[in-house]
Design a protein around this ligand. Structure first.
Ligand SMILES: NC(=O)c1ccc[n+]([C@@H]2O[C@H](COP(=O)([O-])OP(=O)(O)OC[C@H]3O[C@@H](n4cnc5c(N)ncnc54)[C@H](OP(=O)(O)O)[C@@H]3O)[C@@H](O)[C@H]2O)c1
Length: 332
């Protein structure tokens, strides 16, 4: 098999041929389902894993990065899965503490696998990947909290990135008036309007200065990939009873806020976690993605790279210079 490998903490990632038995056992808890990997995808976290041999993401060594897999089952010790099934796996520790998807073969745990939805090709399921899955979890969180298309504008930050692009497209498809926050208004404005954004704002208006604890009420709902000052300002700008789904830390892990938006405006802050999502949520989110995502828009936001490209790509994604979603064709 061919794989990207990070041999030790701090080591440079490399692409090489390896004997399957050498690598697919012995890292964390071995899985019982073997796969031919068809595609993986590239997420911000993969950039963090590859760039600098871990940056806190990688937990075991040697390890194959890649937090997403779309693959064909070749052997299964679990009766739920049989040879020939095409399956999707996002998170569940792969590419962090268990071997991941930047390889031609994988051995994974059965419980977090989802059957490839009929409406999606393996490429498109990979294009969605963890970012798309997370965007859908956040959309479901807003709806479950009672944010409706009548409630008012919904903000999406990091809109030109992976989670952001899918979130804009999904929310617009559901009839929300979506405002996209991006650091690339000039460069990606047409792209974001094409995905369904009704309006754009410059992300620096949210990220650069911490405003007052309560600001003018603007957002009925928000999906935030940035954290830090951005999230604090969003909370201060929420309308009465609004909900924010926080799913990322592209600006930072801190959150310099106060209780004010919660106790004076009844704001809800909810968190999206794709890695440990229970099977029922995985199935719900994938069913919804398959049913409602505009596939032409998905194709417009997608780029494909090969296995060896995954190493230089880390720097690009961490610098916020990639757009939309990136498929990793592991056989290329
Ligand atoms: N909770 C989960 O389960 C989960 C799952 C997936 C991802 N995430 C997290 O969500 C975030 C986004 O992931 P992704 O895969 O969408 O990454 P991505 O494709 O790299 O997109 C991130 C986007 O954030 C914006 N951004 C970059 N630096 C920023 C800064 N300093 N301040 C504000 N915005 C900034 C950029 O968009 P613009 O150029 O449009 O501003 C960038 O394209 C990451 O932090 C990732 O770890 C979490």
């Amino acid at each position: 098999m061919r794989a990207v490998i990070v041999a030790a903490k701090g080591a440079e990632a490399e692409v090489r041929e390896v004997m399957e038995d050498e690598l697919l056992v012995g890292v964390g808890e071995s899985g019982t389902v073997e796969l031919d990997v068809l595609y993986s995808s590239y997420n911000y976290k993969d950039g963090m894993a590859i760039n600098g041999g871990g940056r806190g993401i990688l937990q075991s060594f040697p390890i194959i990065p890649g937090i997403d897999i779309v693959g064909t089952v070749t052997r299964s010790e679990d009766p739920k899965w049989s040879a020939g099934d095409t399956v999707v796996l996002n998170g569940d520790g792969i590419g962090e503490s268990l071997h991941g998807g930047f390889a031609t073969r994988a051995r994974v745990r059965p419980d977090a696998l989802v059957e490839l939805p009929e409406a999606l090709s393996p490429e498109r399921a990979a294009a969605l990947g963890t970012a798309g899955f997370t965007a859908m979890i956040s959309v479901l969180q807003l709806e479950d909290a009672g944010v409706t298309t009548e409630s008012g504008d919904v903000l999406v930050t990091g809109a030109a990135g992976g989670v952001g692009s899918v979130a804009v497209s999904l929310l617009a498809g559901r009839g929300y008036r979506v405002v996209a926050s991006t650091g690339r208004v000039e460069e990606e404005g047409d792209y974001l309007r094409g995905l369904g954004a009704a309006d754009l704002i410059d992300r620096h208006d949210l990220s650069d200065e911490l405003g007052k604890p309560l600001q003018s009420e603007r957002w009925a709902g928000a999906i935030d990939v940035a954290g830090s000052t951005t999230l604090a300002n969003i909370l201060a700008q929420m309308r009465y009873g609004g909900t924010v789904s926080a799913c990322g830390l592209a600006q930072g892990m801190d959150l310099p806020t106060s209780v004010t938006p919660f106790i004076l405006r009844g704001v809800t802050l909810t968190g999206a976690n794709s890695v440990n999502a229970p099977r029922t949520l995985r199935q719900r989110a994938w069913d919804a993605l398959a049913a409602e995502l505009d596939l032409e828009k998905l194709d417009e936001m997608t780029t494909t790279i090969g296995l060896a490209d995954t190493i230089p790509y880390a720097e690009l994604i961490l610098a916020g210079r990639t757009r939309g979603r990136t498929i990793v064709d592991v056989n290329r």
